[in-house]
Design a protein around this ligand. Sequence first.
Ligand code: SF4
Length: 373
Amino acid sequence: MSLNHVRPWRNIYRRKSRQIMVGNVPVGGDAPIAVQTMTNTLTTDVAATVAQVQAAAEAGADIVRVSVPDEASSKALKEIVRESPVPIVADIHFHYKRGIESAEAGAACLRINPGNIGDEARVKEVIKAARDHNCSIRIGVNAGSLEKHLLEKYAEPCPEAMVESGLEHIRILQDNDFHEFKISVKASDVFLSAAAYQGIAEATDAPIHLGITEAGGLVSGTIKSAIGLGNLLWMGIGDTIRVSLSADPVEEVKVGYEILKSLGLRHRGVNIISCPSCARQGFDVIKTVEALEQRLEHIKTPMSLSIIGCVVNGPGEALMTDVGFTGGGAGSGMVYLAGKASHKMSNDQMIDHIVEQVEKKAAELDAAQEAAE
Ligand code: SF4
């Protein structure tokens, strides 16, 4: 449930799932919903991959996935894991040996579908490697690669086929007494994804990894993910998310966080509330917000900032934010601190001044948080 007890219309009741560990990150149960992304460098290019993992972690990624298509990649994975500040998930398709090698290389989780990696003996070997190396498993059902017998049974990818596929893979792990797994049932279609996720959420208590696969570019993919994942998260479904965009992994992390922030499920950094601007604006709202977004990227403390063009909505929004600025007349505006009008500031100095005020407030909030711990 979200923290807002006095506003019950904001509460989200999370589905109760088992908790597993992905390295040192708990996933499921009452753990915060983890944000993931995936590298798009060649895994064998260790320096480039590590740089991407670090940038994603700096942007807030809790877990990063790396493709392991061949033996050279499994070898590189060992170095990547050593350098990574966050747990690494190895993405495996079909090659059971890559699964074993990745577990040995220190992957925190294998994304592998046990039904697709060959006979029982191979499956047992992979599960043994995962168990021996404290590695969890993500079953990743995808509407685009459903098993042949399910496509024959259901004629086309549909929620029932995806749930059945997921349960078949789950059964293999359970038959081998392996329970450290989570599951995803992704599709590029938001209706299909949402229905499949609802089905799997009812059928198992495993933690759920949410994603709309192949969602598209930065704008279209963000919208698709916000609708698909937002809807499921609002229903309480989802323990970890990845927003798939044809864009830099850092963008995926930012979008993932924004979705969680919009639903009050996680908080990180400065939440900027700003107006679209119009002829009434007392300063250039759009340019100011662009500049502030960049200048405040380093702030990780959850806090809010309102940047409003004029007094129509400015004072009202400022009431609910930690720091606020409302445009006025004659080249200056009003700075609000903790919801109260504090002092005037000229437009030409306001960006530096607001950055200063936000940094000060972040330090205060951090100190209060530390004192409370
Ligand atoms: S707050 Fe003022 S400047 Fe901003 S959009 Fe509304 S009326 Fe226009």
